[in-house]
Design a binder for this molecule. Sequence first.
Ligand code: ATP
Ligand code: MG
Length: 329
Amino acid sequence: MAEFGVDWREFRDRCDRIIKAVCSVYVGDEELIKKMLAACLANGNVLFEDYPGLGKTLLAKVFAKTIGADYKRIQFTPDLLPADITGTKIWRGNNFEFVRGPIFTNILLADEINRSPPKTQAALLEAMEEKQVTIEGDTFVLDAPFFVIATQNPIEQEGTYPLPEAQMDRFLLKMSPGYPADLNEEMEILRRRIEWKKDDPTEDIKPVVSVNEFREMQMFVEQIYVDDSILKYISELVRATRQHELVEIGSSPRGGLALLKVSRALAAMDGRDFVIPDDVKKIALDTLSHRIILNFEYAIEGEKPENVVEDVLKSVEVPKEVERIEKIE
Ligand SMILES: Nc1ncnc2c1ncn2[C@@H]1O[C@H](COP(=O)(O)OP(=O)(O)OP(=O)(O)O)[C@@H](O)[C@H]1O
Ligand SMILES: [Mg+2]
C-alpha cells in the first residue's frame, strides 16, 4: 500500500497527530473525533446537531485548521442568499466577471445551517454530492478535498428551518457532541479558557498535515478490503430500516454507501486493511438515523429513528469475522 506515498505507520501517525491536535482544544469524547476524522477521510459531509454552547463551532473550526486545507466559514442567517454561498456575476463595465463565493474552498464550515430558508440551504446540495457548482449554466468543479462540516441547533428551536430530506441524506454522518460527561470535563473547559487567554484559540492552531498529505490518506482508505459478507451485512441493515414497523421512509442506498465508506476509514485508522462487522456497528447510528423518517403517529409518541437502527442491529445476523491478515500495530 505504499504506492500512495503513505505507508501504514505514516497513515496512523498522521491520524494520531490530527486527533491529538483536536483534543488539545476540544474537551470531549475521543470517539466522536475519530468518527469525524473517518468521515472526512471518506470525503464526506458531517453535521453536528446539538443545543447552543456545546462546542460545535469550535470542533468544526479546529478540525478544519489541523488539516492545512483552505477553509471558509458561512454563518447561515435568515437573509442569506444562494449567491452569498456560490458566488455571483458582476458587471465590470465591459463584461461580466464571476466572483467566486465561499463555497470555493476545501472545507466549508456551514454554521447554524438551519437558520436559513430552504432555497439557500439548497445552494449547497450540488456541491455536497457532486463536488461541483453550477451558476447560470456554467459548471465549476471544486478542488479536492471538498466537504462540508455543518452545525445546527435542534429543529424544535425557534427561528429554524428544518433541513429538507434531500439535504439530510447528503450528510455522511450526523452526530451530537453532547454535554460534558462529568465535572472534570466541565472544569477542563474552564481551565483551557484560562490557558488560552482568549475565547477563540483556533487562530493559533497550526496544521499538522498538509492538504496533499490528507489527500494521500483519503486514497489510502480506498484500498481497504471489504468482503462480500460485509457488503451483505450493510445491505441487510439498510433494507431492514425500510421494513421496520415504525418507519415511513427508511434509509436510502446512500445510507449503505455511507456505512461502507466510514467503516473502511475506521478499519484503516485501527490498523486493519479489511473491514470487520464491528466497524459497521460502531458507525451505524451516526450514518443511518438521520435518513429514517418515522410514521407520524409513532413520532408523536416519542419514538426516535435511533431506536430503529438499534433494533435492526439486533435483528440482522452478524457475519462471522473476516480473517484476512494480522492487524498492523
Ligand atoms: N467541549 C468543549 N471543549 C472546549 N471548549 C468548549 C467546549 N464546549 C464549549 N466550549 C466553549 O464554549 C464556547 C461556545 O462554544 P461554541 O461556540 O463552539 O458552541 P456551539 O455549540 O457552536 O454553540 P451555538 O449552537 O450557540 O453556535 C466556546 O468559547 C468554546 O470554546
Ligand atoms: Mg456555533
